[in-house]
Design a protein around this ligand. Structure first.
Ligand SMILES: CCCCCCCC/C=C\CCCCCCCC(=O)N[C@@H](CO)[C@H](O)/C=C/CCCCCCCCCCCCC
Ligand SMILES: [Ca+2]
Ligand SMILES: [Zn+2]
Length: 266
């Protein structure tokens, strides 16, 4: 049992050289880059609070769980232990489960599901089964998790096919662009390590951490905005960027322009 906590007990080892900067931290840059989770999560919790208050406070679970993903990611890269790998991957699975339960469009629910509560129960059941199955072939977990991004991309494509709103489309393209950059780094670190070692640049997995957190901030805000437009249209949701709306780079969030003024009564 103690073996699962041992350093390097995971079968996964990223391109970064082990113990290069510290004898206690296996992958130093990969560990430190996970700090981005602790920077972005509190900001997103703060920015999404008005939307969460109006829609459902459970929305906050997404970014609260992202803090745990950050903790487990740090622990995993610090030790490369089997326990670290499983905690890292299972926390991502549970963030996805929360996201699907909250935001998967009602109109695409399977016909036997009558409301969002039943849908959330179905997601919970599938997630518990997936959690148990993840121990069968742990090296396959990361690939399975990455497939969810493909499904999210497909769902966004279906939702935005007929959208002409410039701000929404801009956010969609930014989310997709960030994800493409992120997954290119992840794949390149996984499969192109000998090439990157020749260039003495083995930091792509750390860069992936930064890009995937940004992609999650962008894509989850877009999905939450589409959800708000359908579920709480009376609150007149709109998109803005923090810290300045007119800056090219910023964190997207939802403002509710109609709360308390135009709320429907029936
Ligand atoms: C209608 C559905 C709405 C769901 C929205 C919720 C989206 C957020 C989901 C997940 C958060 C991703 C957190 C990534 C943490 C990375 C930690 C890490 O690096 N782990 C690696 C090991 O250190 C491991 O190998 C990585 C495994 C793969 C993770 C795949 C995550 C899927 C990301 C989905 C992002 C959405 C982007 C959408 C693009 C338009
Ligand atoms: Ca390594
Ligand atoms: Zn990682």
């Amino acid at each position: 049992m103690a073996g699962v906590f041992s350093y390097e007990s995971s079968e996964v080892d990223w391109c970064e050289d082990n113990y290069k900067h510290s004898e206690n931290v296996v992958e130093y840059f990969n560990t430190m880059s996970s700090f981005i989770f602790f920077v972005i999560s509190p900001i997103m919790l703060y920015l999404l609070h008005p939307y969460a208050k109006e829609r459902n406070l459970a929305v906050h679970l997404v970014w609260i769980m992202m803090v745990f993903v950050g903790i487990f990611s740090m622990y995993f890269h610090m030790t490369l232990s089997f326990m670290g790998q499983m905690l890292d991957e299972l926390s991502i699975l549970w963030v996805l489960a929360i996201g699907y339960s909250l935001w998967f469009p009602r109109k695409h629910f399977p016909s036997f599901v009558k409301d969002r509560t039943s849908f959330a129960r179905l997601v919970l059941t599938i997630t518990i089964i997936s959690t148990l199955s993840s121990f069968v072939k742990p090296t396959a977990n990361a690939y399975a998790l990455n497939c969810f991004a493909i499904h999210i991309l497909y769902s966004l494509f279906v939702e935005l096919k007929s959208c002409t709103d410039e701000r929404v489309l801009r956010l969609a393209w930014a989310s997709i662009g960030l994800w493409v950059l992120a997954i290119s780094c992840w794949i390149s670190d996984r499969f192109g390590c000998s090439f990157w070692q020749k260039l003495d640049f083995c930091y792509l997995h750390g860069i992936w951490h930064i890009l995937i957190v940004m992609a999650t901030a962008y894509a989850s805000t877009l999905i939450a905005y589409l959800d708000a437009s359908q579920e709480i249209p009376y609150s007149l949701p709109d998109l803005q960027y923090w810290p300045r709306n007119n800056w090219a780079i910023g964190l997207p969030y939802i403002v509710l322009k109609g709360t308390n003024t135009t709320r429907k009564t029936c």
